[in-house]
Design a protein around this ligand. Structure first.
Ligand SMILES: [Zn+2]
Length: 85
């Protein structure tokens, strides 16, 4: 897969806008996405004059979703901590 391809993959056509940067269907994060495409060709400027763009994710549950890059958590959670107690 090429996230920076100039041509959007077919599955982006049926993507839904996700709130909270997670799959609106199963709640899965972008980590479990099976494919990703980033629409860097049409950035939008926020009110703070920062660029943001659409990031499309194909979730492993079959749902496709997108969210603004500015909504991406600054730091993804690492692997689940080991439960020792
Ligand atoms: Zn999902």
């Amino acid at each position: 897969m090429n996230p920076f391809s100039a041509v959007p993959p077919d599955w982006t056509n049926r993507s839904r806008h996700a709130k909270g940067f997670a799959c609106p269907s199963c709640g899965g994060s972008s980590h479990i996405a099976t494919d990703v495409w980033i629409n860097r060709r049409s950035p939008v400027y926020t009110e703070l004059h920062q660029r943001k763009w659409q990031e499309f994710y194909a979730c492993e549950c079959g749902c496709a979703w997108w969210a603004w890059s500015s909504d991406r958590p600054r730091q993804f959670p690492a692997d689940p901590p080991n439960i020792t107690s």
